[in-house]
Ligand binder design. Structure first.
Ligand code: ADP
Ligand code: MG
Length: 886
C-alpha cells in the first residue's frame, strides 16, 4: 500500500492515535469519514460515499455537516461504535487537527433515552485465591453523575450486579480480559460494548489516586471496599476524563452498593420475572411498565432501580410504605404533585450538561423551573395532614432548601423568560443583571427602536407610501420603497437594488446606524456569552445540590407512582416482618391481572411448610401462580403495596427462579445444560432466607433423569438449603415427597373434569392432583380419535393396576419409590416394582400393551430432546401415530 499523504494521510495517522472504531475529522464545514470508516458509516447511516483522490490514490469519503454531527454520532454510538471526533484549529501555517473527544456508548451525553446509561469497569481481585476470584466493579452514569462501586464474590455475583445495572459499556480490567467465562457471559447476556482501556489505568496506586482526586482524601477508607473496586473506580474516572466527556464535575459522590442491603436477584430471575422487559424483549407487559406511573424520567429511573434492587431493611421499606399509604388515600394531593412534576425536568442530566459545558440558556431555565418544583411539592405535602406526617416531608427537607432557593433566584434574575437556544448571540439575560451589559442593552434597544420607527418617519417626512425597513445578509439594512413611490424618494437616498415591484435604498445615516447595530450586537453577544459561561460554571459547581433536589423529586414521584397503582388496582399494604412466614390471601399476578379476569389465589409458607410442590394439568396456571408469589414478594421489598386481599411477608435475602429448559426452549433461549448450571447456582447461593421458584426444572431431559434431578434437588433444598420453595412439576412422583419430608406440602391447581371436558378453575387447593389431563390436551390438539381413545384405555388400565397394587400393600408406600443410580431404574424401597408407569409397562403386565405400543413407548423414551430438531420430532410423532393407528 502506498503511504497516504495529505488529508487522508492525516486521517489515517489520527486514527492510529485512538482505539475508537471510527474517526470523524473536521474538514472545514464538514466532519468527514475516510477509507474503511466511510464505508462503515455509509452502510450504517445511509450516507452517500464519494471518492476523494489524494496524491494519486482514491479513497472513499462520507461526510456530515458540522452542525449535524450529534444525531449521527448518537446513531453510531447506539449501534455500539466508539467514535473519535477530531476538530480543526488554526495554526500559524494554516490549520491542524486534534482528537478532542471519543464518544462511546458509556460517554454519550446527548442521550434522549430516559433510562440510566451506565458504564462499568470490572477488576478481578488479585489477592483472592483459588479459582473463585472476587471482583470489584465501578458503575458510572455520565448523564446523571451517578457513581457506584460494588463487590462480587464470584463471576455469577458479578454478572448479577451487571445485569442489575444493565450497562451499555464494559471496561474489563487486565485479568478479566482473559477470564473467558465472565467475558463470555457478558457478551451473551448484556448488550454492551466491550472496551479495552489501557491497563495502567487499572493499577491500584494510580486508580486510588484518581479516586481521591475526584471524591476527596477520605473516600477510599469511607467506602470500605477492597482494592479491586477502587481500581475499577479509578479506571472509570480516567476513562471518562480521557474520552473528553468533561463531566467529572458532575460526579460529586461515590457510593458503595452493598449486596447485603439488597435482595439478590440473579440475572435469570430478573429475566424470568420480566422485571423490565418481557421474555420477548419488550418493555410493554413488563412488571416495570405495568406499575410505572411516574411523571418524570428521573422518577421512572428511580422506580426501575428499586425494582432491580429491592431492599432488605425493614426500616427502609416501612418508611416507603408509610409514604405510599399516605399518598394512596390523598388522590387530590397526588394529582397536584403530578401536575407540578409534569413541569419538572431531569436535574441530574442538566447538572451533567452544565458540567460538560453543553447546557444552553433554555437548560438553565429548565433548572430554574425544576428548582421551583421543590417548594411547590413541599407546599402540597404540608397542606395535607396525612402527607405532612409521613416521611415525604422529611424527603423534601433533605436537599439544602435555602441553597436551592438562592440558585433559583439567581437564575430568575439572570435569564430571560424565553431565551434563544444559541448562547453566542445575546438576548439571554434580563435587563438589570449586569451593569455593563445593561448599558449595551440600553444602547442596543435604542438603535433597534430607531430602526423600527424609521419607516414611519420616512413616510411622514418625505410623503412616501409603501416603505419598509429591513435587513438581510447581502444588503444589510435597507429602506424598501414600492415601485409606484420609488421615483419620489429624496436625493440623499442611494439606490442599492431594483426588484420587480420595489427598489432598495440606503442613506448615510442608516449606514452609520447599521455599523453601530453590528458593533452592539457583537458586543452584546460576546458579553452575554462570557456572563453565560460564568453562570453555567456556577451552576456546574452546584451539581450536587441539583442532584439532591432531583433525587428528592424523583423519590416523591416514584412513591406517588406506587400509590397511584395501589389505589387504582386495589392493592393492599403487606405486613412485613423478619420471620419466615409468607402468607398471601387472594393474591393476584400484578401483570396478568391487568388483562385477564384473574382468579385470586392463596399461598402459605412457614416454618412447618416451607416447600410447596405445585401440580396441576398443563395450562392450569402453575407458572403464573408461582411467578405471582415471587412478584408479590419482590414488590413488597421495594416498599410497594401488593395485589392481594391481605399479605404477610417475611423479608427474603434473595429470590431465585428457574424455568425448565423445555419451557425456555420454546422461547429459543436455553438448553438443558444452562438449566442445570442455573440450578446448581441456586443450590450454591440460596439460603434459608431465600425464596426459590422452580418451574418444571428437570423437564428438559428424558423422564427418569428429570425426575431424579428434581427429586434430589428437592431433598437438598429442603434439608440443606432450607429455602422457602415453590416447585411446579408434572412429575407426579414428586407429590410423594410430602410424606417423606416434613416441610414439604402439596398444592394443586384445581380443574374440573366432567364428561371428558376439562374446565380450568385456576384455584389453588391443598393436596396433589391425581391426573395429568394430558389426554384431554392431546384431544384438544387434534391427535387422531383412535389414539386418544386408546390412550384412555391404557390410562384406565394403569389406574386399575395401581389401585390393585395399593390394596395388595406392596406399593402402599409409593412414596418410597427411589431412583437407583447404579441400575438406572426406579424401585420401591419395599418392592422393586414401585409405582411408576414404566415398571408396569415392562413388568408382568407388559402384555397389556401390544407390541406396537410398546415399541412406540420405547422409541419415545429413547429420544434425546436436546439432540433432536423440532422437525425431526414432528416426523417421529407422525410415525408413532401411524404405528398406533394400525
Ligand atoms: P401452567 O404453567 O400450569 O402450564 P400457566 O401458568 O402458563 O399454566 O397459565 C396458563 C394460562 O392461564 C395463562 O394464559 C395464564 O394467563 C392463565 N392463568 C393462569 N393463572 C390464572 C388465574 N389465576 N386467573 C386467570 N388466568 C390465569
Ligand atoms: Mg408452566
Amino acid at each position: 500500500m502506498t503511504e497516504a499523504t495529505g488529508i487522508v494521510g492525516e486521517f489515517l495517522s489520527l486514527k492510529e492515535e485512538t482505539e475508537a472504531d471510527l474517526l470523524a475529522m473536521q474538514c472545514g464545514d464538514f466532519y468527514e469519514f475516510f477509507a474503511a470508516d466511510a464505508e462503515t458509516v455509509a452502510d450504517e447511516l445511509d450516507l452517500k460515499v464519494s471518492q476523494k483522490s489524494s496524491h494519486g490514490s482514491s479513497y472513499p469519503m462520507a461526510g456530515v455537516p458540522l452542525d449535524d454531527l450529534t444525531p449521527y454520532l448518537k446513531a453510531l454510538v447506539e449501534r455500539g461504535y466508539r467514535v473519535a471526533v477530531a476538530d480543526q484549529y488554526e495554526t500559524d501555517s494554516g490549520h491542524a487537527r486534534e482528537i478532542v473527544r471519543v464518544v462511546t456508548p458509556g460517554t454519550l451525553l446527548e442521550t434522549s433515552d430516559a433510562d440510566a446509561q451506565y458504564m462499568v469497569a470490572i477488576v478481578a481481585d488479585s489477592s483472592a485465591r483459588g479459582d473463585d476470584p472476587a471482583y470489584g466493579l465501578a458503575f458510572a452514569d455520565v448523564t446523571t453523575g451517578r457513581f457506584l462501586v460494588a463487590e462480587a464474590e464470584d463471576a455469577d455475583e458479578a454478572l448479577t450486579e451487571l445485569y442489575r445495572f444493565d450497562p451499555v459499556e464494559v471496561l474489563p480490567g487486565p485479568e478479566v480480559r482473559s477470564d473467558d467465562d465472565l467475558l463470555g457471559l457478558v457478551r451473551e447476556r448484556l448488550e454492551a460494548t466491550l472496551t479495552l482501556h489501557e491497563t495502567e489505568a487499572f493499577a491500584p496506586k494510580r486508580a486510588s489516586h484518581a479516586v481521591r482526586e475526584q471524591f476527596g482524601d477520605g473516600t477510599v477508607d469511607r467506602l470500605g471496599v477492597g482494592e479491586s473496586a477502587v481500581a475499577a473506580a479509578g479506571a472509570v474516572l480516567e476513562y471518562v476524563e480521557e474520552t473528553g466527556a468533561g463531566v467529572l464535575a458532575s460526579m460529586t459522590r461515590i457510593q458503595a452498593h452493598r449486596g447485603d442491603d439488597h435482595v439478590t436477584l440473579d440475572a435469570t430471575t430478573q429475566r424470568n420475572l420480566e422485571l423490565t422487559e418481557t421474555m420477548q424483549g419488550e418493555r410493554e407487559g413488563s412488571l416495570f411498565a405495568t406499575i410505572d406511573h411516574t411523571a418524570t424520567s428521573a422518577g421512572g429511573r428511580l422506580l426501575k432501580e428499586w425494582l432491580q434492587r429491592p431492599r432488605r431493611s425493614l426500616e427502609v421499606l416501612e418508611r416507603r410504605q408509610e409514604s405510599v399509604g399516605a399518598l394512596s388515600t390523598a388522590a387530590l394531593a397526588r394529582d397536584e404533585i403530578g401536575d407540578v412534576l409534569g413541569e419538572a425536568y431531569d436535574l441530574a442530566r442538566l447538572a451533567s450538561k452544565a458540567s460538560h459545558g453543553s447546557a444552553d440558556a433554555r437548560d438553565l431555565v429548565a433548572v430554574r423551573e425544576t428548582l421551583a418544583a421543590l417548594p411547590a411539592v413541599a407546599d402540597v405535602v404540608a397542606a395535607n395532614p396525612d402527607l405532612a406526617d409521613s416521611p415525604l416531608a422529611e424527603i423534601l427537607e433533605r436537599p439544602d432548601r435555602d441553597a436551592a432557593r438562592e440558585l433559583r433566584e439567581t437564575l430568575e434574575d439572570a435569564i430571560a423568560d424565553e431565551p434563544p437556544s444559541t448562547v453566542t448571540q445575546g438576548e439571554l439575560f434580563r435587563y438589570g443583571y449586569h451593569e455593563d451589559l445593561d448599558e449595551v442593552i440600553e444602547r442596543h434597544e435604542e438603535v433597534r427602536e430607531w430602526l423600527e420607527g424609521l419607516a414611519d418617519r420616512e413616510k411622514r417626512r418625505h410623503g412616501l407610501s409603501h416603505v419598509t425597513v429591513d435587513r438581510n445578509k447581502t444588503d444589510g439594512y435597507y429602506i424598501q420603497v414600492g415601485k409606484s413611490a420609488a421615483d419620489g424618494v429624496p436625493d440623499h437616498y442611494e439606490q442599492i437594488k431594483t426588484l420587480k415591484n420595489s427598489k432598495r435604498f440606503t442613506t448615510d445615516e442608516l449606514e452609520e446606524k447599521e455599523r453601530e447595530m453590528l458593533r452592539l450586537e457583537e458586543r452584546r453577544g460576546d458579553l452575554e456569552y462570557e456572563l453565560f459561561e460564568e453562570l453555567r460554571e456556577d451552576v456546574a459547581t452546584r451539581a450536587e445540590l441539583l442532584q439532591d433536589v432531583g433525587r428528592a423529586l424523583a423519590t416523591v414521584d416514584a412513591l406517588a407512582s406506587l400509590a397511584t397503582h395501589a389505589a387504582e388496582n386495589r392493592w393492599v399494604n403487606p405486613a412485613l416482618h423478619e420471620g419466615d412466614r409468607l402468607e398471601i390471601e387472594q393474591g393476584r399476578h400484578p401483570v396478568v391481572e391487568q388483562t385477564t379476569e384473574f382468579v385470586p389465589n392463596d399461598v402459605r409458607l412457614d416454618d412447618d411448610r416451607g416447600f410447596l410442590v405445585v401440580t396441576g394439568p398443563n395450562m392450569s396456571g402453575k407458572s403464573t401462580y408461582m411467578r405471582q408469589v415471587a412478584a408479590i414478594g419482590l414488590l413488597a421489598q421495594i416498599g410497594s403495596f401488593v395485589p392481594a386481599k391481605s399479605a404477610e411477608i417475611g423479608l427474603v435475602d434473595g429470590i431465585f427462579t428457574r424455568v425448565g429448559a423445555l419451557d425456555e426452549l420454546a422461547q429459543g433461549r436455553s438448553t438443558f445444560m444452562v438449566e442445570m448450571s442455573e440450578l446448581s447456582n441456586i443450590l450454591h447461593t440460596a439460603t434459608e432466607e431465600s425464596l426459590v421458584v422452580l418451574d418444571e426444572v428437570g423437564r428438559g431431559t428424558a423422564t427418569y433423569d428429570g425426575i431424579s434431578i428434581a427429586w434430589a434437588a428437592t431433598e437438598y433444598l429442603h434439608n440443606e438449603v432450607r429455602a422457602k420453595t415453590l416447585f411446579a412439576t408434572h412429575y407426579h412422583e414428586l407429590t410423594g415427597l410430602a410424606d417423606r419430608l416434613p416441610r414439604v406440602a402439596n398444592v394443586h391447581i384445581a380443574a374440573d373434569e366432567r364428561d371428558g371436558d376439562v374446565t380450568f378453575l385456576r384455584t389453588v387447593r391443598d393436596g396433589p392432583t391425581d391426573r395429568s389431563y394430558g389426554i384431554h390436551v392431546a384431544d384438544l390438539a387434534g391427535v387422531p380419535e383412535p389414539v386418544v381413545d386408546r390412550s384412555r384405555d391404557v390410562l384406565e388400565r394403569l389406574r386399575e393396576e395401581k389401585a390393585i397394587e395399593a390394596k395388595g400393600g406392596a406399593s402402599s408406600e409409593p412414596v418410597q419409590t427411589v431412583f437407583d443410580v447404579s441400575s438406572g431404574q426406579f424401585r420401591g424401597a419395599a418392592n422393586t416394582d414401585g409405582g411408576s408407569p414404566k415398571s408396569h409397562a415392562e413388568g408382568d403386565d407388559a402384555g397389556a400393551l401390544d407390541a406396537e405400543t410398546k415399541q412406540v413407548l420405547e422409541d419415545l423414551e429413547s429420544v434425546d430432546v436436546n439432540e433432536t430438531s423440532p422437525v425431526e420430532l414432528l416426523s417421529k410423532v407422525q410415525e408413532w401415530q401411524r404405528t398406533l393407528e394400525k
